[in-house]
Design a protein around this ligand. Sequence first.
Ligand code: DQA
Length: 146
Amino acid sequence: AIIYVLNGPNLNALGKREPGIYGGQTLADIEAMCIEEGKALGLEVVCHQSNHEGALIDWMHEAGDKAVGLAINAGAYTHTSIALHDAIKAIKIPVVELHLSNVHAREEFRHKSMLAPAAKGVICGFGAHSYILALNALNTLTKQTK
Ligand code: DQA
């Protein structure tokens, strides 16, 4: 079974970008960790990152056809994108929203998520470990429903 892990805008800069908030690991480090965790769970993890909203939507549709679950860190699009909300609604697989930082402990504008009402659940605040938690949540969910 395949799980998609999608990362949105500015997450390609992880490692250099505000490391006090987002940690020192690069996106390549995090993606490698996700693939390893997938192997341990018996899942194939497919990772993509884009700074463009439409590219994320295309991969969400693709995940709907090819994958059993989707984990997404949509970066700042989390707080703005009705299109990403609609894309979650348009696919039948469970979607977990995740964040490295605890968005609720930060600026007010990060407290609102456009994705959360459409997502199965939300994980935030555990740094790179948020990805591991999201993969395990999807693993549990997909094993429950199959
Ligand atoms: C983020 C939190 C968002 O508010 C922010 O815009 C990001 C990263 C996180 O992983 O903590 O780009 O999604």
